[in-house]
Design a protein around this ligand. Structure first.
Ligand code: FNR
Length: 189
């Protein structure tokens, strides 16, 4: 029997009505059988300060790092701010990147983005992929999912109303499951 796959979801936006959170929830609703996704909140993580880091571990960062370590993969849905990663979310990655037993190291990661503009966050994904490369994550290459004009693709209840978007995200999650299995085999040598 195939082992269960547990995913952690990180949303790059903190706002309540976040379209990226809706995209993440959509991903959680179209997962293959045996795969589950828990969206993890990171709003309590303080701004990174190397002096504070030097004083000892931050409990919120430790808790998030452990959630990621325990997960079989991470799904990130993030907005694009000024062509790049939202500062508050980059801050979280910076915190997680310090110390031993790196949570993202050899961790399968899938990235999607939603934006009100037509490109759907195409630029932020390449910045995020670059950052994920440095923390040794195993990022799913394809299919890429860019949800442009996202304000027209989810209803007031947060349900996806666009069949093409639902299909893209479904395909990505199917490929992510396969990628996680491949990563398991690679890690086993
Ligand atoms: C944006 N937005 C945006 N969109 C985009 O496609 N490219 C960009 O560079 C930016 N830059 C940007 C900067 C800042 C500070 C904000 C607040 C917004 C618009 C963005 O796509 C839109 O607000 C999304 O709805 C944000 O994602 P959430 O919060 O809905 O997940």
């Amino acid at each position: 029997m195939t082992e269960a796959i547990r995913l952690v979801g990180l949303c790059g936006s903190l706002r309540k009505g976040s379209l990226n959170r809706r995209a993440l929830e959509l991903a959680g609703s179209v997962l293959p059988a045996g795969v589950t996704l828990d969206i993890v909140d990171w709003r309590d993580i303080p701004p990174f300060d190397a002096d504070v880091y030097a004083q000892g571990p931050n409990p919120q960062v430790q808790a998030l790092a452990e959630r990621i370590r325990q997960a079989d993969g991470v799904v990130i849905a993030t907005p694009e701010y000024n062509f790049s990663i939202p500062g508050s979310f980059k801050n979280v990655i910076d915190w997680l990147s310090r110390g031993d037993n790196q949570p993202f190291a050899r961790k399968p990661v899938a990235i999607l983005s939603a934006a009100t503009g037509p490109l759907g966050g195409a630029r932020v994904q390449y910045d995020l992929r670059r950052v994920m490369l440095f923390v040794n994550a195993m990022v799913l290459v394809k299919p890429e999912v860019f949800i442009g004009g996202a304000q027209n693709k989810f209803d007031a209840e947060g349900q996806c109303t666009d069949e093409a978007t639902r299909n893209f995200v479904t395909q990505q999650m199917l490929s992510f499951e396969t990628w996680i299995q491949e990563c398991r085999r690679m890690r086993a040598g």
